[in-house]
Design a protein around this ligand. Structure first.
Ligand code: SF4
Ligand code: SF4
Ligand code: SF4
Length: 293
């Protein structure tokens, strides 16, 4: 049976000694779902099953339309909690408009990761499982808020979301490239993080926010950009006691970012209480959450 790219990547992360049996289990599940190509949905469902939790498909099957309608009656006043077909989507993924407007600060199009986060929530059947979990009416604060920005300027406000991400482009000094002291990097850096003296370039790591702009203006390649990454933060909120999100991954690749989302949704869905995500984070401890990613 064929595996799509994201499913194959997930399989690669499984320890080698159980990879064969996991592969068989996932393919059996895919056949049961009537699929001939394995996607991440089957991999995630197999993992839920392995961990003793009801598979997402079963969670979906447990849906009770009249009970769900009643639970969703308050949210029906707000179209943003429903997709174009009128199905509930108990999360919002906000992205910045960087790519759309050719923003000069853009590191990477936030919509690409935004779509993947949304697809992962769908694959995990987050909405159906949240409806099953919440007793009584579902209110706006039960829904999950996510944001992705294409650079550290953070126009989509990831710092005040349950799950926030912005792109980063870390830089490094290449001493071999021969700085000509044009000072373009110093003029460009808004953080005042660069010093150039006698052709020696120094970057203050405490001040640098990894916007990558200095590497783009350097004519000699004395400052170079590394691979683009994501800074991931969780637990931001507004309201009566606003709090900024806490950093969990300063420079993560896409697959680690998606794994972080899974850990966070697991914390929300497995909690016996209906506390805000920030309270759940404080209960679990940020270090424990980092350890699980
Ligand atoms: S977050 Fe960055 S890339 Fe996105 S619109 Fe704002 S400045 Fe531009
Ligand atoms: S990456 Fe941005 S913040 Fe860091 S040194 Fe370069 S211009 Fe300054
Ligand atoms: S932009 Fe490049 S060449 Fe110019 S001062 Fe900075 S590091 Fe040196």
């Amino acid at each position: 049976m064929d595996w799509d790219k994201s499913a194959a990547l997930l399989l690669e992360k499984v320890p080698p000694f159980i990879q064969k049996s996991v592969k068989e289990k996932v393919e059996t599940l895919a056949r049961k779902f009537g699929k001939n190509v394995v996607t991440e949905e089957e991999v995630l469902a197999a993992r839920e099953d392995f961990m003793g939790r009801p598979p997402a498909k079963e969670a979906q099957a447990k849906a009770n339309p009249s009970r769900d309608n009643e639970k969703l009656s308050i949210l029906r006043k707000y179209p943003k909690y429903f997709d174009k077909d009128g199905n509930p989507a108990l999360y919002q993924v906000k992205t910045c408009r960087g790519a759309e407007v050719n923003c000069p600060f853009l590191i990477t199009d936030s919509k690409i990761l935004g779509d993947k986060l949304q697809k992962r929530l769908e694959a995990l059947h987050f909405t159906e499982r949240l409806i099953n979990k919440v007793e009584g009416q579902i209110l706006p604060h039960h829904t999950m808020k996510l944001a992705v920005s294409g650079c550290p300027n953070s126009c989509s406000m990831p710092q005040i979301k349950d799950f926030g991400v912005h792109a980063v482009e870390p830089v490094y000094v290449d001493a071999e490239s021969g700085c000509i002291e044009c000072m373009k990097c110093v003029e460009t850096c808004r953080e005042d993080a660069i010093t150039v003296k006698d052709s020696q370039v120094t970057i203050d790591r405490e001040k640098c926010v990894h916007c990558g702009l200095c590497a783009r203006v350097c004519p000699t390649g004395s400052i170079k950009a590394q691979e683009k990454k994501y800074r991931v933060m969780i637990g931001g909120k507004v309201g009566r006691h606003p709090k900024f999100a806490e950093d969990i991954l300063p420079q993560a690749d896409e697959s680690t970012t998606l794994k972080a989302l899974e850990v966070c949704t697991d914390i929300i869905l497995s909690s016996k209480t209906e506390h805000r995500f920030r309270t759940l984070i404080e209960h679990h401890g940020i270090e424990e959450i980092k350890r699980r990613i």
